[in-house]
Each structure stands twice: as C-alpha cells, then as structure tokens.
Design a protein around this ligand. Structure first.
Ligand SMILES: C[S@@+](CC[C@H](N)C(=O)[O-])C[C@H]1O[C@@H](n2cnc3c(N)ncnc32)[C@H](O)[C@@H]1O
Length: 422
C-alpha cells in the first residue's frame, strides 16, 4: 500500500465521481479496470472507502453542510465526503486531512480549494464523529423509497434501510460436504446450507478457495435452486446464468446444466468459476430469447434492478434513478413467456429476480398466470427450511427482504416462484 494512502483515496474519489456524476455502477467501473493499476492493498482500500462512503453518504453530507456555505465542485465534495467518512470512523485527523489536501492540490482545477478543504476537515475532525453517531440511518433516495413504502410500509422500509446500512456478511456455498466446510472455516451454518462468516478478510486467501471447494453466494441467492430442487442426471436449462453461482449449485446437485447468457465477458467468469470448482455445464453465449428445446426444469434468473443487493452495492441507489426499470420489467415478462414456451407439460420453472420491487416479482408471476392457460404456482416448493410462512406471498411465491434473518446478519432481497405447467 502507498505509505500515505493517497493513491487509494484518489481512486476512491474517482469511483465516487463516476457513480454520482455519471451514474456508473462500481461493479462496472472495477470490472472495466478502474483500479487495475493499484497494488492489491490499495485496490481493496479504494473499493472499501468508496463503498462505505456511499453507504453513509447522507450522514457525511449532513455533517459537511454545517461547514460549507455553498457546494464545491463534485470532485472536491467527494474528497470531503471520503475524508468525513474516515474521520467519523476514527481515522487519524492528521493523516486524513493531509491526504485530502494533497489530493485537492494535485488537480489544477481544484488546487485553489486547498485552504477550504483543510479548514472544513479540521472542523469535521472536532465535531463530526459525535454527529455521525447521532444522525439517522440513511434513507434510500425518493425514487426508490416511494415504491418500496407503497409495497412494504414505512416501517418495513426503515428496517430495510437499517439492513443496508449494516452491510452484509460473507456467505459461502460448499461444492460438496457443507458440514466439512463449516468445520474448516467456522462461522454459522444457515438453513440454506450456506456457511456465513461475519469477518472474512480476503476471499481468495480463505482455505479451499484455490481448490474450488466453495463459492461466494448470498443465502437468499442460493434459494431459487433449492426451490427448483434439481435431481441428479436431470437436464436443466439455466437462463441468464452469469456469473454462475446458480449454475454451480445446479451442477453440484448432479444436474446436466445448459447455461445461457448473452454477455461474453460475464460468461468468461462462469467458465473460470466452473474451472476452479471442477464442475461442468454446457455454456451457451447468446440471447435467452433465442434458446430452444423442451425442458423439464428451467431456472430463469432474469436481469432486474438488483435493488435486493443494496447491502453489498450501496452505489446502486445513487447511480440509478429508476428510469431504465420499465424496459427491464418488459424484458422480464418477455423472458418469462419464452421460458414458459420451453417447458414440457408437467415441467417446472423457477422465476427469480434479486429485486425488492413487486413489479419485478409478484406482479410478473400474477401477470404470466393471467396470460397463459394451464399454469399453477407450487406454494409447497418455496416452503424451504428457514423460511417463515409469512414470507410466502398471495400468488404462492417467496418474498425475501434484507431485514429478514436480522439476528443472523440479514439476506439479500429476492423474489422467486415455482411455476408448473399442467
Ligand atoms: C441476475 S444476473 C444472473 C445471475 C446468475 N444467474 C447467477 O446466479 O450468478 C442476470 C444475467 O442476465 C443476463 N442477460 C441479460 N439479458 C439477457 C438476454 N437477453 N439473454 C441472456 N442473458 C441475458 C446478464 O448478462 C446477466 O448476467
């Protein structure tokens, strides 16, 4: 790591500039190589600083507002936000303030604001930590909060916001013996068979990673495959498969998997994952809508708003504004229709999305049932171990929320339903 941490902080500022100024997602930026020139320690630090600053953005902005007569340019604001986050988490004032002043000074367009940044951050160092602790849990932006309040009520949304602010533990799914994974890594064994670690450190440094004994998969994300309940030797179509968490689960259960995704780069990750774990699947890079055949078992993990993953991706509500969700909802409906057309009579289809919005879950299934004859929802299929019966919805799907299992560290938001063709 660079000694002063300036490199990591500059990269964190760049990430924030892109998320807040250009509406880009951090996963896209990092996947596109934004941090590649940093040494691994700086890369991890830049990512952590940007992620955690965005998680507490509302608090940082409220603290800074007290000391700023008017908003400085976005980059300076982001330098201040990151430094405020660090100071309020116990960062040493001398190092944090000096690094922020150095970063402002490096850019000709912001260099004149060195004095302002220094003065503001000295004040934040004095009173910020106390204010931070007293401020409310950050709210979601209005464009997302309003539809969620309509669906779950204000109290429900507050509980979700608390879960988003708390962040997410690391969940691992074993390729084989889950008990052995639990014995080797400790942590908690969840009803989904997932091993949960509260403090994990570097994932690739954990025992068994290189051998491919497990992969990272949130407990909620593991449930659709449990609902599908693939049988050994059964042919399963995995539509929208990348990066392949569910593909590996299906293959580990002994299914003969055909994994389809239209993203070449994301499919490269499926190939890497399969190679690491020694699991097998037929890989098809192409449009799910062009997939043919007749299948007994289909998993459709449709592209969605990903609003169920905000615990892990607090950049999402800041990068997005909901304007592209209408297209996603139409695409999900078209994919659901196509997947239904590929089902053999008597076959089953699990439809799922990592979304909190009923338009991308409950409503999709209700509408599909109204559009097609001879379909039913298998309520019993979603009654998994650890599922509270109250989470099963009117149409027979399973609604998972980040505030569920709060005593264990929560879960991602997800929706899934098992549709059967008569
Ligand atoms: C929610 S992710 C899938 C996650 C994956 N099932 C897993 O468990 O790791 C949605 C995927 O849909 C893919 N996708 C989007 N549109 C598609 C299309 N028309 N055909 C095939 N895949 C598509 C995206 O590339 C993305 O990888």
């Amino acid at each position: 790591m660079s000694q002063t941490g300036v490199q990591a902080r500059r990269s964190a500022v760049y990430l924030l500039d892109q998320v807040l100024g250009e509406g880009r997602l951090m996963s896209e930026l990092i996947g596109g190589g934004a941090l590649d020139r940093l040494v691994p320690e700086d890369r991890a630090r830049a990512q952590r600083l940007a992620t955690e600053t965005l998680r507490g953005l509302e608090r940082a902005d409220r603290i800074l507002k007290k000391h700023l007569a008017k908003s400085p340019p976005l980059t300076v604001q982001n330098i201040l936000r990151i430094a405020t986050y660090e100071l309020c988490q116990g960062g040493a004032a001398h190092g944090v303030v000096n690094a922020a002043v150095e970063i402002v000074g490096k850019n000709r367009r912001t260099a004149a604001m060195k004095g302002l940044v220094n003065a503001v951050l000295r004040k934040v160092a004095d009173t910020g930590p106390e204010m931070w602790a007293a401020l409310r849990v950050p709210h979601l932006p209005k464009w997302l909060r309003s539809p969620l309040v309509a669906a779950y009520g204000a109290e429900g949304v507050q509980a979700m916001e608390a879960a988003h602010f708390a962040g997410a533990p690391l969940d691992l799914m074993a390729k084989g013996d889950r008990g052995a994974l639990h014995r080797s890594l400790g942590g908690e064994m969840l009803p989904t068979g997932t091993v949960r670690l509260q403090e994990a450190g570097q994932v690739s440094g954990l025992p068994g990673f290189k051998r491919g004994s497990w992969w990272v998969q949130d407990a909620a994300a593991s449930m659709p495959v449990h609902v599908l309940n693939p049988q050994s030797g059964e042919q399963v179509l995995d539509l929208c498969a990348a990066p392949g968490g569910k593909t590996m689960q299906l293959a580990a259960a002994g299914a003969v998997v055909t994994a389809v995704d239209d993203s070449e780069s994301r499919m490269a990750r499926v190939r890497e994952n399969l190679k690491r774990t020694g699991l097998k699947a037929e890989i098809v890079v192409g449009d799910a809508m062009a997939q043919g055949g007749a299948w007994d078992a289909i998993l459709l993990d449709a592209p969605c708003s990903a609003t169920g993953t905000i615990r892990r991706h607090p950049d999402l509500p800041h990068a997005k504004d909901g304007s592209d969700f209408g297209d996603l909802i139409n695409l999900q409906a078209a994919m659901l229709d196509h997947a239904i057309s590929l089902l053999k009579p008597g076959g089953r289809l699990v439809f799922c999305t990592c979304s909190l919005l009923p338009d991308e879950g409950e409503c999709q299934v209700e509408d599909a049932l109204a559009r097609h004859e001879g379909l039913s929802v298998d309520r019993a299929a979603v009654a998994l171990d650890g599922v509270d019966p109250a989470w099963i919805t009117e149409e027979g799907g399973l609604r998972l929320r980040p505030d569920y299992w709060s005593d264990k560290g929560g879960m991602d938001g997800f929706y899934m339903a098992c549709i059967r063709k008569s």
